[in-house]
Ligand binder design. Sequence first.
Ligand SMILES: *Cc1c(COP(=O)(O)O)cnc(C)c1O
Length: 400
Amino acid sequence: MPLSRAAFDQYMVPNYAPAAFVPVRGEGSRVWDQEGKEYIDFAGGIAVNSLGHCHPALVGALMAQANKLWHVSNVFTNEPALELAQKLVAATFADKVFFCNSGAEANEAALKLARRAAIERFGEQKHKVLSTLNSFHGRTFFTVTVGGQPKYSDGFGPKPTGIEYFEYNNLDALKALIDDDTACVIIEPIQGEGGVLPADAAFLQGVRDLCTQHNAFLIFDEVQTGMGRSGSLFAYQEYGVVPDILTSAKSLGGGFPIGAMLTTADIAKHLVAGTHGTTYGGNALACAVASAVLDVINTPETLAGVKAKHALFIEGIAAINAKYKVFSQVRGMGLLMGAVLAEQYKDRAKDILGLAAQNGLMVLMAGPNVVRFAPSLVIAEEEISIGLARFEAAIAQFVA
Ligand SMILES: *Cc1c(COP(=O)(O)O)cnc(C)c1O
């Protein structure tokens, strides 16, 4: 007998509260649980399964590499890592890439690089990190402290210091904090976990200008917004505002764990041999899969498809909302969208997730008050309409 959900409570550390059903198989944007019940997947493993489940190009890349070489460590380099780095450099502002295994590790590397480069260029006092309130940058102790949600970093003893916070989309708030001792500003072009809140274009450009003025590095955390999710390969390209350092993970591996930090040659030179590292980063298996992910996503067809599917979602949710009036706003870009609950239903996103699952639909929340959609970038139109019909059924029960 396969183990059931009850085994989670028996054997696993209780830091998660997973849904009552256990998924066992996926294909495209459909998933089946232990009982054989079908779900449409609008959650995408939290913006990770960028090409859905078991995409043939990814299965092919994984199988081919699995029979060739998995891991050699960074004592040696490997062909898939070199190839993926070359492709990322060709597709972005960056000249250099550092690979790791998760978003938190990519941000940890970005923050360490920014501080080290700033200190080496200007002196020990230039180490201040500025971050936005309600942001999310991962769960290592440095990144979770930089994330502007103290509920995630409190209770673990003394925190890393030299970090200050300003309000998102408020340039005056940054102006009041930034100075010549600022090493870097880290920002999500769309706050993901914080509620799917996009940056105003003028704000993002203003942040860029202030960073340049004070010789502070601008880090874009594109762990959630990157790899096609915005409709461009990276959201910075959609905004036309170029960072100094960029982090990627989630959709980069399409379900295989990998993270990356991208930067210019001039900044990268501060991480000389031995200053930072990871055993698994640049693992051949992970890089072979991510390389295939990039090949499929970074095409005009896939990126245009993201924008077309965005429109279908927005129209569909608007039509449901016209009937039931549960959302005050639907926001986001590309296939990262958030529906904000109206005052009357405040903080009840979790109830909607439960009802959606009952109706055969996986969706996410982004904080207690926002229902989040982060589906596969190649979800079929038919799957979108079936999923939206199930979403409507869930909303009808929610208001009943
Ligand atoms: C998910 C996320 C992270 C953390 O990524 P992990 O792979 O969970 O470590 C960091 N930043 C943003 C913006 C994210 O959405």
